[in-house]
Design a protein around this ligand. Structure first.
Ligand SMILES: [Fe+2]
Length: 313
């Protein structure tokens, strides 16, 4: 029983929540939550409870399955720490992150969008790097990659002064924070677009990689007979006041997992043409064939500029 000090006026006024049977629980919970002052909290929690209750009814959830589900949630929390976010991974693996991304970009889901998942590996404060500079900060064997990008508005006009974070996995599929052989901030950089909206950099061609499978999400993937791989990609985050912050990924077109991304992040718009060069003059003197180039144009929509919360430190 709630102590008198904790009781609030609305508790005394609302109808009794003594439960008659299975069918009356949902209504009682919705009534109990109806006093939330924040209207968005009210709306979201009411919908969440309705769907959760209907979900349990639809599958006739057993007590053993309920316990398994709670244990799964607890394991997600226990597996998460400063350098790993199992919660995002779970959301990604059931396509929920991708759905939320598509609902919130491209005119609220009405049109194709250039946006994609942030993923679990963005870090704040990537090293500022001059245009054309290299983001290879420690020896990283792999095919050289030269990237030339442009940022425009929806009318195709260049946007100068956009801050663009770039990050990606190595040619063996590890981000620097997962791999002791890479220097801190290897394959990460921050660029600013010039007067033509351009920025570019040198790196190495990334490889696809498995998402971490040593936690509860890995157990789920195995139970569903799903492979854990993401197709190779570069991550970008473009920020300028007056424009909706663009978080996106550009996928490598010849990757074997392009059509079966474990986190459902690939849209047609985000497949880049990573062109292989087997002869001719490379863009840098120390480079011998083969090397790759990628040209890509990002479109930023007018809107609010805000940075996401970094999933790791
Ligand atoms: Fe990634």
């Amino acid at each position: 029983m709630a102590s008198p000090e904790l009781a609030v006026a609305s508790d005394h006024e609302r109808p009794s929540s003594i439960i008659d049977d299975e069918s009356s629980v949902t209504g009682s919970v919705l009534t109990a939550m109806a006093g939330a002052e924040n209207p968005r909290l009210r709306e979201i929690m009411a919908s969440f409870v309705r769907h959760m209750h209907d979900f349990a009814r639809e599958v006739r959830l057993t007590e053993e399955e309920f316990e398994l589900g709670i244990e799964f949630l607890n394991r997600i929390g226990q597996a998460s720490h400063d350098a790993h976010n199992e919660g995002i991974l779970f959301s990604d693996a059931i396509g929920f992150s991708s759905l939320v991304c598509l609902l919130n970009n491209g005119k609220s889901g009405a049109t194709e969008t250039a946006a994609a998942l942030l993923g679990p590996f963005w870090r704040m404060n990537s090293p500022r790097t001059e245009n054309g500079g290299s983001i290879v900060r420690s020896e990283t064997p792999g095919p050289p990659l030269f990237v030339s990008c442009r940022v425009t508005d929806p009318q195709g006009r260049p946007i100068a002064g956009v801050e663009v974070d770039v990050w990606h996995a190595s040619p063996v599929g590890y981000y620097e924070n997962q791999d002791e052989s890479q220097a801190d901030m290897n394959l990460r950089g921050k660029f600013t677009t010039d007067a033509d909206g351009r920025f570019g950099f040198r790196s190495v061609k990334p490889a696809g990689y498995p998402v971490p499978t040593d936690g509860p999400v890995g157990d789920l993937l195995r139970a569903q007979r799903r492979h854990p791989y993401r197709p190779a990609h570069l991550h970008f985050l473009a920020y300028k006041p007056g424009y909706k912050t663009l978080v996106t990924q550009v996928f490598v077109d010849d990757d074997q997992y392009l059509g079966t991304d474990v986190v459902f992040g690939v849209t047609r718009h985000l497949i880049g043409q990573y062109e292989r060069h087997d002869k001719g003059d490379a863009p840098a003197g120390d480079v011998t064939p083969p090397w790759y180039t990628l040209d890509y144009t990002f479109v930023m929509e007018p809107g609010e500029a805000k940075l996401p919360k970094p999933p790791i430190k």
